[in-house]
Design a protein around this ligand. Structure first.
Ligand SMILES: Cc1cc2nc3c(=O)[nH]c(=O)nc-3n(C[C@H](O)[C@H](O)[C@H](O)COP(=O)(O)OP(=O)(O)OC[C@H]3O[C@@H](n4cnc5c(N)ncnc54)[C@H](O)[C@@H]3O)c2cc1C
Length: 416
């Protein structure tokens, strides 16, 4: 016999966005249930998935306030002190560092499985948050008063608000009739960790080679995370390459800047599909995390946007509760939608333009990207603005985009 349960909020998906959002509401007095199709073991002890996540100062601040950052352990956090962007085989690079800044890092890298584990461990500390694992959501509907979430075993959960944090391919987003812009790049990201002979000195490299891109991100010790993006038809061959041959290839592409390199993990492949929902809410229903915006990883915004969006929505909910208003009303969800879309839309389209520019090997595009790197390097206000954007340091006075630069697609993202 099926049962009915009642909660104030149901969250679909116990990923890093869904659980962090629940933690943000832990002291609100609301009863919250998170429904996750994976097993408790998979959520509590997340497997290594090859992703190393670059986080901004804003994410550090949010996760610290939630008590999650402290759970990573200093030894597992790697600051990025300098970033170098290289085009093709040219020795010229666009450089960002922290000189002249009070901050000691442009951003911070933490392995995704550690983030997931820390968020889980913080979530289960809160008595108002219940986690239902091994439970798949199969249907969602809402009316003026309530949301109804149907589970695979036939049980139903009623609540005042349903939150979807169920991946960029969110089934509940589709069920609720919210359309999304989806861009399949026809490319895949292969991610892995490499050990190297020379210290990385906390420098990150973004190399736009012809036909593929390579990001090398400094992890604790003499280890760097490698993110290689290639057309889908090449991905299988590169993942299956002999380890020694693969390591030598990365070493060559990095022009031996880290000395001898060695593959030390499995290679994980992710298809590159970017998604932006047209709106982030419907009646008593809201999208957060990748279900709202799933970014191309090149500008490392995905989880950072997931956290900032969750913070906007949880603040709107808490404001409504403080004013004794309906926290699941359209007014609350509209405010979230308006604020978050203002940030995500320019980033989404800007990032996709950067990807387009830096993976297009036509002569005009290669000229344009060389121009972008040189202009950005040589105009201090532009460089400063890009750096602030990368670090997500607010408030950022919005610089007007000079008309010539505005035509270079890559710069749009950086000026927001
Ligand atoms: C290669 C790569 C590199 C990246 N690098 C960065 C980076 O440097 N910086 C950055 O900020 N971001 C980065 N990201 C993005 C980041 O990983 C994601 O934004 C983040 O993991 C999204 O979290 P989420 O909780 O929204 O979704 P997910 O992690 O996808 O979790 C969704 C959860 O929902 C569950 N679920 C789905 N459907 C159902 C259902 N019907 N019923 C119950 N449960 C369900 C799933 O099992 C899953 O646990 C990267 C991504 C990739 C692929």
């Amino acid at each position: 016999m099926s049962t009915n349960m009642n909660f104030d909020i149901v969250i679909i998906g116990a990923g890093p966005a869904g659980m962090a959002f629940a933690c943000m509401l832990a002291d609100s007095g609301l009863s919250i249930v998170i429904v996750e199709k994976q097993s408790l073991q998979q959520v509590a002890e997340p497997a290594v998935d090859g992703r190393d996540i670059a986080m901004t100062h804003q994410s550090l601040d949010i996760l610290s306030r939630l008590g999650i950052w402290q759970r990573f352990g200093e030894e597992n956090i790697s600051p990025i002190r300098e970033a170098r962007v290289v085009d093709g085989d040219s020795p010229y690079s666009l450089n960002f560092d922290t000189s002249g800044d009070a901050d000691e890092a442009l951003g911070f890298l933490v392995a995704n499985h550690r983030i997931r584990k820390a968020v889980y461990e913080q979530t289960i500390e809160h008595s108002h948050i219940k986690l239902l694992t091994d439970t798949e959501v199969t249907h969602v509907s809402t009316d003026v008063q309530k949301g109804y979430v149907t589970l695979a075993n036939g049980d139903m959960i009623e609540s005042s608000l349903v939150i979807a944090a169920d991946t960029r391919f969110s089934a509940s987003r589709r069920i609720m009739g919210i359309s999304a812009d989806m861009l399949d790049f026809g490319r895949s990201a292969i991610v892995c960790e490499m050990q190297h002979e020379l210290p990385h000195n906390n420098v990150a490299f973004e190399c736009f080679h012809y036909g593929r891109t390579l990001a090398i991100l400094p992890m604790p010790g003499n280890i760097s995370s490698a993110v290689i993006t290639v057309p889908n038809q090449m991905a299988e061959r590169i993942s299956a390459m002999d380890k020694t041959e693969f390591s030598a290839d990365i070493e060559n592409r990095l022009q031996h800047q880290l000395g001898k390199m060695k593959l030390v993990t499995k290679r994980f492949t992710y298809p590159l599909v970017a998604v932006h929902a047209k709106r982030f809410y419907s009646q008593r229903f809201a999208l957060i995390g990748d279900a709202a915006v799933g970014m191309h990883p090149v500008t490392a915004h995905g989880y950072n946007l997931g956290l900032s969006g969750a913070e906007i929505l949880s603040s709107e909910i808490i404001n409504a509760i403080n004013k004794q208003k309906d926290f699941g009303s359209d007014a609350v969800l509209q405010a979230y939608n308006f604020k978050h879309q203002q940030t995500t839309l320019p980033m989404f389209h800007g990032t996709n333009s950067v990807v387009g520019l830096f993976t297009n090997d036509s002569f005009p595009a290669t000229l344009a990207r060389k121009a972008v790197l040189r202009l950005s390097n040589n105009l201090p206000p532009i460089k400063w603005a890009i750096k602030r954007k990368l670090m997500d340091k607010h408030p950022l006075p919005m610089l007007p985009v000079p008309p010539v630069l505005g035509k270079l697609p890559g710069l749009k993202t950086l000026f927001g």
